[in-house]
Design a protein around this ligand. Structure first.
Ligand SMILES: C[S@@+](CC[C@H](N)C(=O)[O-])C[C@H]1O[C@@H](n2cnc3c(N)ncnc32)[C@H](O)[C@@H]1O
Length: 514
């Protein structure tokens, strides 16, 4: 097994990325007129470079009908994933310790392939291995998600990576210690007004972002021997040579040029459909620094809306949050859009408090007389702007008041809550109804765990005790709260807010039974 210059002495951090859900990938394909793999009768999903495995295991818990495989060369990473698989009783997930050049030959083919946080950070020879896996292991019609550091957004920051790595190489200790020293050195350079920072104020500001990051993340972002930020056309060219075609990207709004490019730059989209040109134009207009792109192998195009309504009608749509009302304003990076009008008013009415399939929305009484294509366009734009979200299955009304007896149905979610020790990091609980993970802050996770284990009596004092034992500080207005009485009051308020607002939604998502 060879790491080819990738760091192995410090383990990564756990993370869940909803972009990797088959629901998100299938939706982007459908939106762009590509027939996605059906998931109704089961599917196979492979994550390459799965790190600690939190993403594919959460997805495995959310999709009992799917089979999930994670691959990583770092045995500490795969051991963590294996623990989550065992504790979460996930019969549909397994993890393999291997480098990409030595995957088991009997691995078979996959409907979904995910490559998050890998492509930019590995050696050119490893990228070749990844491309070969994409060519050989993705089933016809299958979808691949690849994320990477993008140009031109990284242009002014590339020297930061260079100096971090070069300075770290002079230091002692493991990669974590060396990256800490290297960040401290950057702070010194900035304080002393090194000309690079003077000439690049955004790079100077970026040092503050580095200081906020978990050093284990910094190790995996900056300490690898290889690190390349790519233009879209380079990645599209590489996957294109393996027979994969660009389908679209995440977040969803990046598929709508009028939502990601200011009006004065939109003319180009009216005169060319060449994706190499339009994507480059978008990336320059938005100064894109990170891309999540979806590719398909031998994609089958859906000719019209009728095909989409027939073939991808298992996805459901709902109003994303209770506070969404018209006029609705979406700030999407460089473009701010305002939504209003009777069509959206009707959609909000239909999709609030429940989820519907596209065919059901189009057939709704409230929308009689509106052409289906207009309705679907409005729904898709609403998804892009964060008004609606997409779920794997039907979601009902939130309960008026959840009962006192709270339990967590999924062994995976139970194990996550039991293991969480108020480390300041949110965790994602799996929902089979939405087909994805839902982020819960660590304090809310502790409240939910206490609630399910020992009920409401004495809830806030039990949570306060756990907080005390963990050493985690509470903050108010950006300041640590040291006063014990004030801390108890904040915990009490957090418990009440959780029961009032978060609990009904978790019940609605099927994560909690109450
Ligand atoms: C930045 S991490 C991303 C982890 C995970 N996908 C996530 O987003 O949380 C990249 C992962 O790729 C793994 N990796 C790097 N090179 C590899 C190789 N040649 N074969 C297998 N795994 C590799 C690393 O061990 C690391 O866990």
């Amino acid at each position: 097994m060879t790491a080819s210059g990738y760091v192995t002495d410090v383990a990564y951090v756990p993370g869940f990325y909803p972009q990797m859900s088959p629901v998100a990938m299938r939706y982007v394909a459908a939106l762009n007129g590509v027939a996605p793999p059906s998931t109704a009768d089961g599917f196979r999903f492979l994550e390459l470079g799965c790190g600690l495995g939190r993403c594919f295991t959460t997805l495995a818990a959310a999709h009992p009908r799917g089979e999930f495989v994670g691959v990583d060369l770092n045995p500490d990473h795969t051991a963590a994933a294996a623990r989550d698989i065992a504790a979460g009783e996930l019969a549909n997930a397994r993890v393999i310790t291997a480098d990409f050049g030595h995957l088991p030959t009997d691995l078979g083919s996959f409907d979904f392939l995910a490559l998050h946080g890998v492509y930019s950070w590995v050696a050119p020879s490893v990228r070749e291995e990844l491309l070969a896996i994409a060519r050989e292991r993705l089933a016809p019609g299958g979808l691949l998600l690849v994320s990477y550091n993008a140009m031109p957004g990284w242009a002014h920051l590339q020297p930061i990576r260079g100096i971090l790595r070069q300075y770290a190489a002079l230091r002692q200790g493991n990669s974590e210690q060396r990256v800490r020293d290297a960040v401290a050195y950057l702070v010194f350079m900035r304080e002393k007004q090194a000309k690079y920072f003077e000439d690049n104020p955004r790079a100077a500001a970026y040092v503050d972002a580095l200081l906020q990051q978990d050093p284990r993340y910094l190790v995996h972002e900056y300490m690898n021997e290889h690190w390349t930020s790519f233009y879209f056309a380079e990645v599209a060219g590489a996957f294109g040579q393996e027979g994969l075609s660009f389908v679209g990207s995440l977040p969803v709004f990046t598929n709508f040029w009028d939502l990601c490019v200011r009006p004065e730059f939109q003319e180009l989209f009216r005169t060319t459909t060449n994706r190499l040109v339009t994507e480059a134009h978008k990336d320059f207009c938005a100064n894109t620094a990170f891309r999540w792109d979806i590719y398909a192998k031998s994609p089958r195009l859906m000719r019209d809306l009728g095909e989409r309504l027939k073939e991808v009608d298992d996805l459901h749509y709902r109003v994303a949050r209770p506070d969404i009302v018209l006029p609705y304003q979406a700030n999407l990076g460089v473009v701010t859009s305002t939504v209003q009008g009777p069509l959206y008013q009707s959609l909000l009415g239909i999709l609030r408090g429940r989820s519907l399939r596209l065919s059901e929305i189009v057939a709704a009484e409230e929308l009689r007389g509106t052409p289906p294509a207009d309705i679907v366009r409005a729904v898709d734009a609403g998804v892009a702007m964060g008004m609606f979200d997409i779920t794997a299955g039907a979601i009902g009304e939130a309960p008026a008041s959840p009962s006192d007896a709270v339990s967590i149905a999924s062994p995976f979610n139970r194990a996550l809550l039991e293991a969480d020790s108020l480390g300041g990091r949110s965790l994602a609980l799996a929902s089979t109804l939405t087909g994805t993970g839902h982020s819960v802050g660590d304090l809310d996770a502790a409240i939910l765990h206490e609630l399910s284990a020992r009920g409401r009596d004495g809830l806030s004092s039990r949570v306060a005790k756990r907080l005390e034992a963990s050493g985690r500080t509470l903050q108010q207005n950006g300041q640590p709260v040291n006063d014990a009485a004030k801390r108890s009051q904040l915990v009490e308020e957090a418990c009440q807010a959780f029961i009032r607002m978060s609990l009904p939604e978790l019940v609605r998502l099927g994560i909690v039974t109450a």
